[in-house]
Write a protein that binds this ligand. Structure first.
Ligand SMILES: O=C(O)COP(=O)(O)O
Ligand SMILES: [Mg+2]
Length: 241
């Protein structure tokens, strides 16, 4: 009897290579799953990026973007936006910008969180953030993020699962970076790809032997071989894209 009825996957470092090229193994695995089980993408990336990746992978399931700040239940619906403490986020960015030469990512497309390049040592950044109690800093390996404390991937999964008539514990999570730790805690089971950080590996139920997208494919094979998920052809109940 299959134990899990959905998969929730991170994108960067989990479906990609270390240089962010989409992994052929992950693509093949996602195509095989398409329309047979929900695969929710949960990313620190912007919603437009996450939506394009989803379309090309054929996941046909709701999306969680900006570390949980935005949820897209249907392809053409308006996203659900978790309102962040914008003043504090902007004030923190101003303070950091005064001390460091920051490269801010996607500022036109990013709505709830702030992301910037890892050009500065995080130990140097953290002391400047102690005056901002409602935001947290996370190193997502491909970028740094400043995010409202009420926004995280796990909250995104809980909300998304509810919209789908499911529970977060019905999902198996796959991830690589510290913005996936709370997602692992909310999901029913969790896989860390072999390139995951030590903190993520510690939180995972299962540490995969393969890195990056090959790790995602290994997780899917493991789930099928151990009868932990069931694939049903032509499921249309929540395949919304
Ligand atoms: O936006 C990032 O830095 C990382 O994105 P991810 O959560 O899909 O790995
Ligand atoms: Mg990642």
């Amino acid at each position: 009897m299959a134990r899990f009825s959905g998969i929730v996957s991170d994108i960067d470092g989990t479906l990609t290579h270390d240089d962010r090229r989409l992994s052929a193994e992950a693509l093949q695995s996602a195509h095989m799953l398409s329309g047979r089980i929900p695969v929710v993408l949960a990313s620190g990336n912007t919603l437009c990026f996450t939506r394009a990746v989803s379309k090309m992978l054929g996941t046909r399931s709701p999306l969680i973007a900006e570390n949980g700040g935005l949820i897209l239940p249907f392809y053409d619906s308006d996203p659900i936006l978790i309102e962040p403490c914008r003043d504090e986020l902007n004030a923190a960015l101003n303070v950091l910008s005064k001390h460091f030469d920051l490269t801010v990512f996607d500022s036109r497309d990013r709505i709830t969180d702030i992301s910037f390049a890892k050009t500065v040592d995080k130990e140097e950044i953290l002391p400047y953030l102690s005056d901002f109690p409602n935001i947290y800093f996370v190193d997502a390996e491909f970028a740094y993020h400043l995010t409202d404390k009420n926004i995280c991937k796990s909250d995104g999964l809980i909300r998304t699962a509810k919209l789908m008539g499911m529970d977060a514990k019905d999902f198996v999570a796959v991830g690589d970076s510290n913005n996936d730790i709370d997602l692992f805690q909310a999901a029913g089971f969790s896989f860390a790809v072999a390139n995951a950080t030590p903190e993520v590996k510690k939180e995972a139920d299962y540490v995969l032997t393969k890195k990056f997208g090959a790790g995602f494919a290994e997780a899917v094979d493991y789930l099928i071989q151990n009868d932990l998920i069931e694939l049903e052809d032509n499921r249309r109940d929540f395949y919304v894209f």
